[in-house]
Design a protein around this ligand. Structure first.
Ligand code: PLP
Length: 406
């Protein structure tokens, strides 16, 4: 199997699994218990907190809360901020956020909040003018992702957060770093110093699914979201998931140790895949080309065929990738990210995302470069929009196609 869907989830690293095992066996105690046997368990949780907080440049480890995933962290940040600041009823986010943010925005609109969804250009870059214009005296919170999960496009978080704080230091800035954590530099004591809250999820960087983190800068006005016991200094009730927290810290430690090598390798292989596909297949384009992108992500638009068909064919060869459309959720709606970017109809339905990890090998990439052209050719042979004789798109106006498939 060739796994190129690492923006969806990653394999648990063997070092991570080994670090977790003792906490499934003898070290099973509740970290809040008072007896001596529980002390090493408590110590393991606090060491993990120190390691990850230090990696991010937090000024103290207590600024890091452990959660069950990025979705929980984002919910805790947004709803906690709303409850602590009820007088402000305006939020700013972007049109290309992950549903973990986007759906909260829509829900808040239904509840009577005003939410501005900032658009992007054809490359996926944020409309900075629109962003600045939307900052208002009643703006409570700005929630912007660091890197896009579909295209890999990176937003200028340092600049955006500086503009926000220069406009009004009391506006809170939440950064969704779920895709960028361990792949792009994040320092909360330097270029990310204007970030108040930062969310991430362990399973995107070789820790298991079911553990995440929320950085909450000291002094940030944010009420407790998950009310219960006094865990996490009373800011997130619920017994800590000790093995997974330990595993997530190990994954961060491992990523930090080999960061530059991993990133360079991933980027080289991603670029090779990109160049190979562009060279061998006509009428393809890279979504997000020209924008700053994550080193591991390639979102490629293949005009005139369906992404689901491509995925099916890839899967039959043992290659795992994703399509931009939300087909996994049972809908054939095209991706909201590609729609916001203005990707034409003939391409957004045929977009495929390959996302690499540090375990991706050159042989795997070569295999995809060799097999992908034949898959596309086969599907185009069946496409009513492709002319076999000329190996070019049929002379049909895109507008006419849009009319047939509204
Ligand atoms: N934010 C981004 C950018 C993501 O890519 C994801 C998951 O893909 C999430 C948030 C939600 O992460 P989780 O499902 O781990 O809660």
């Amino acid at each position: 199997m060739i796994y190129l869907d690492n923006n969806a989830t990653t394999a648990v690293a063997s070092e991570v699994r080994d670090a977790m095992l003792p906490f499934f066996a003898g070290e099973y105690f509740n970290p809040s218990s008072m007896y001596d046997a529980a002390k090493p368990v408590k110590h393991a949780v606090e060491s993990a907190r120190e390691l990850i907080a230090g990696y991010l440049g937090a000024s103290q480890s207590s600024e890091l809360l452990f959660t069950s995933c990025a979705t929980e962290s984002i919910n805790a940040a947004i709803f906690g901020a709303i409850r602590a600041n009820p007088e402000r009823r305006h939020l700013i986010t972007t049109a290309v956020e992950h549903p973990a943010v986007l759906e909260i925005g829509k829900e808040l609109q239904r509840e009577g909040f005003e939410v501005s969804f900032i658009g992007v250009d054809r490359q996926g870059n944020l409309n900075l003018g629109e962003f600045v214009r939307e900052l208002r005296s009643d703006t409570l919170l700005v929630a912007v992702m660091h890197a896009n999960n579909e295209t890999g496009v990176v937003f200028p978080i340092e600049r955006l957060s500086r503009v926000v704080k220069e406009t009004d230091p009391s506006i809170l800035f939440l950064c969704d770093a779920t895709q960028s954590m361990t792949k792009l530099p994040i320092r909360l004591d330097s270029h990310f110093r204007n970030i108040d809250m930062l969310a991430f999820s362990g399973h995107k960087f070789h820790a298991p699914k079911g553990v995440g983190g929320l950085f909450l800068r000291r002094g940030t006005r944010c009420r407790t979201f998950l009310i219960g016991g006094h865990q996490e200094s009373g800011r997130r009730g619920g017994t800590e998931n000790v093995p997974y927290i330990v595993g997530m810290a190990k994954a961060v430690e491992r990523a930090a140790a080999t960061h530059d090598d991993d990133i360079n390798r991933m980027e080289r292989l991603r670029n090779k895949l990109e160049a190979g596909i562009i060279q061998k297949i006509p009428n393809v384009e890279v979504n997000g080309l020209g924008a700053e992108r994550m080193p591991n992500t390639l979102n490629i638009a293949v005009h005139y065929i369906e992404g689901e068909g491509i995925l099916y064919q890839l899967s039959s060869l043992g290659i795992c990738a994703s399509s931009g459309s939300a087909c996994t959720s049972g809908s054939l709606e095209p991706s909201h990210v590609l729609t916001a970017m203005g990707v034409p109809f003939t391409a957004k339905h045929g977009s495929v995302r390959f996302s690499l990890s540090r375990y991706t090998t050159e042989r795997e990439i070569d295999f995809v470069i060799d097999s992908f052209p034949e898959i596309v050719a086969r599907l185009r042979r069946m496409s009513p929009y492709w002319d076999q004789a000329t190996n070019k798109p049929r002379q049909t106006k895109t507008a006419a196609i849009e009319m047939k498939f509204p």
